[in-house]
Design a protein around this ligand. Structure first.
Ligand code: NAG
Ligand code: NAG
Ligand code: NAG
Ligand code: NAG
Ligand code: NAG
Ligand code: NAG
Ligand code: NAG
Ligand code: NAG
Ligand code: NAG
Ligand code: NAG
Ligand code: NAG
Ligand code: NAG
Length: 464
């Protein structure tokens, strides 16, 4: 990550030209991704010896674009056609030269970098995605299937697995696809035994993905299945005791997966909870939550407990409860200031839990923090936009990115929460308004937004 940040910073310092003869105004700041360089997803590909990397390298430790020779720190660049270039930060000899009059490149897959380490000669840098700054959002390839109310999990190999979802006309999907980070492409990967939406997707300690429950257009499901990234195949595993959709699933440090609440096949809200043990492939009940709930959240805290918040329970709920996995029991903890469902909950690096937005007669802009050491909730800054059915992702720098959601219409807006100040900053909007989408933190720190709803199920994806 540091290498990638360093590299993006280098690019910030260089003058860059795209295909457009008119130079755009660049106003990059910390929150912008000025140019997406798809380096290898392998964090140490810098030491790949695909070719001789003894080339001139920009000095990443200084802001003056000075260069030095190095036989290490070679990056694995990939062009859109997956051609690999092993080169130091910017190599001169490997790279196509820009047209010396228009300062453009012959393909749209490269950008012209002037004032690079290649001194007087402007060079074309091959990229998977070429998006100039002004926006922190990057376009990436469309998914194979348009889908909403699907789920996403980050695999141990860095790929993102997208499963199931709704396409409209009461049709559930049984397809799954992978987002491949180095190439920015989507790869279909097997089929689920059961088509489903509003299910859950959990990463097990052995790297398999457990998909459980959901709705298939006719019925609520109790079935569960496992995805194996090494074979790209799906196998069914034990059924849950209860059918459920709009439930939650959370992987405990023991490796068990805790599933809570949801709606059953009759549309009744559940207070049941159960645990999946991957060594037996079976589910066992583990106490009942104090309240029935669906459209709630469940978060594994750093102290080993699980915090369940709010949800729909004959109206929006302000109650929260804790699961103690050592005793298998549930106890009430502090009331949220605002009752809410279809909200988000994120565990911050300081151990507190940030709850944002949701619905309670109206869409909510409020946010609050749970302190596990006191069991109490405190208000924090309000978002600029009220929203529910949105996403919240903890970035590698500790900030929280909130995207999209619904408030009478699908929203394209995005905001960043800074835990150190408790404030929100409105950032550039996504290209597409969306709710019921997914947001996944990639290993390189970018956030992949995929699919969702804007009157129709969406196939589009974007990176922040
Ligand atoms: C850059 O900004 C200036 C002043 O804000 C504006 O006049 C100009 O049109 C902008 N150029 C582009 C390419 O947007
Ligand atoms: C790499 O290049 C350097 C400098 O040109 C040379 O000394 C070295 O032998 C080369 N290494 C390999 C493995 O080709
Ligand atoms: C540029 O940075 C290098 C390494 O930090 C330093 O040796 C050199 O003096 C700097 N040059 C200028 C012009 O600041
Ligand atoms: C990929 O594109 C580069 C030019 O950008 C070209 O030289 C190379 O042959 C292409 N490779 C493949 C496999 O198409
Ligand atoms: C531009 O490049 C062409 C050929 O690549 C060369 O003949 C010409 O002298 C160059 N012009 C300048 C101003 O460098
Ligand atoms: C680059 O993109 C522009 C605008 O999308 C398009 O007009 C042009 O044909 C493209 N050039 C190449 C070489 O693909
Ligand atoms: C993505 O799909 C939309 C339609 O859903 C289409 O308009 C757009 O051109 C596609 N983009 C790419 C890069 O294929
Ligand atoms: C739902 O029920 C209809 C009518 O019985 C049937 O055609 C359809 O295949 C069912 N869908 C699923 C996903 O089971
Ligand atoms: C799961 O339940 C379904 C019916 O809901 C049944 O057809 C299936 O055989 C069960 N699977 C297992 C592994 O018990
Ligand atoms: C899972 O089940 C196995 C076999 O019954 C048991 O040995 C193991 O302790 C269970 N795992 C957990 C985390 O409880
Ligand atoms: C929680 O909600 C209930 C019912 O909506 C309300 O009666 C109660 O006062 C609320 N509790 C707190 C502490 O806000
Ligand atoms: C946040 O918004 C709520 C209403 O949604 C309002 O009561 C509260 O005063 C606001 N808090 C701040 C810090 O602006």
């Amino acid at each position: 990550m540091q290498l990638i940040i360093a590299f993006i910073l280098i690019i910030f310092l260089l003058s860059v030209k795209g295909q457009i003869p008119q130079l755009p105004n660049y106003s990059c700041n910390e929150n912008d991704v000025s140019i997406q360089l798809t380096l290898s997803s392998l964090s140490h590909s810098a030491w790949n010896s695909i070719s001789n990397c003894s080339l001139q390298q920009c000095n990443v430790n200084s802001n003056n674009n000075s260069c030095f020779s190095s036989s290490t720190h070679c990056f694995d660049y990939r062009s859109i056609n997956n051609t690999r270039y092993c080169a130091p930060a910017i190599s001169c000899s490997i790279l196509e030269r820009c047209d010396n009059i228009t300062q453009t490149c012959s393909t749209n897959n490269s950008i012209c970098v002037i004032n690079s380490c290649c001194s007087s000669q402007a060079v074309c840098l091959p990229l998977v995605t070429t998006t100039m700054c002004e926006k922190g959002w990057l376009y990436t390839n469309n998914m194979t299937n348009a889908r909403t109310q699907h789920k996403a999990s980050v695999l141990p190999n860095g790929r993102i697995l997208i499963t199931g979802g709704y396409t409209g006309n009461n049709v559930a999907l049984n397809t799954a696809e992978l987002y491949d980070l180095p190439t920015g492409t989507w790869i279909t990967t097997g089929r689920l035994a059961d088509a489903r939406w509003i299910h859950t997707s959990s990463v097990l300690l052995d790297g398999k993905i457990l998909v459980a429950g959901g709705f298939n257009g006719n019925i609520s499901l109790n079935s569960a299945e496992l995805y194996d990234q090494s074979t790209g195949t799906w196998t069914t595993t034990g059924n849950m005791t209860h059918t459920r959709h709009v439930h939650t699933a959370c992987t405990l440090s023991s490796g068990l997966v805790l599933v809570t609440g949801g709606l059953d096949n009759s549309g009744f809200a559940l207070n049941t909870a159960e645990l999946y043990n991957s060594s037996t492939g079976t589910w066992t009940s583990t106490g009942n939550t104090i309240d029935t709930r669906y459209w709630h959240t469940a978060s594994a805290l750093s102290n080993g407990k699980v915090l369940v918040t709010g949800g729909e329970a004959g109206g929006a709920s302000n109650t929260t409860e804790l699961y103690d996995s050592s005793t298998g029991t549930w106890t009430a903890t502090g009331y949220m200031i605002t009752a809410r469902y279809a909200h988000t909950a994120s565990v911050l690096s300081n151990g507190k839990v940030l709850v944002t937005g949701g619905f309670n007669s109206i869409a909510l802009d409020s946010a609050e923090l749970y302190d596990p050491s006191t069991g109490t909730w405190a208000a924090t800054g309000n978002m600029s936009d009220a929203r529910y059915l949105h996403t919240a992702s903890v970035l590698l720098n500790g900030k929280v990115l909130v995207t999209g959601g619904f408030n009478s219409i699908a929203l394209d807006s995005a905001e960043l929460y800074d835990p150190s100040t408790g404030t929100w900053t409105h950032i550039d909007s996504m290209a597409n308004p969306r709710f019921f989408h997914t947001a996944s933190v990639l290993s390189n720190g970018l956030i992949l937004i995929a699919g969702g709803d804007n009157n129709n199920a969406l196939n589009s994806a974007e990176l922040y």
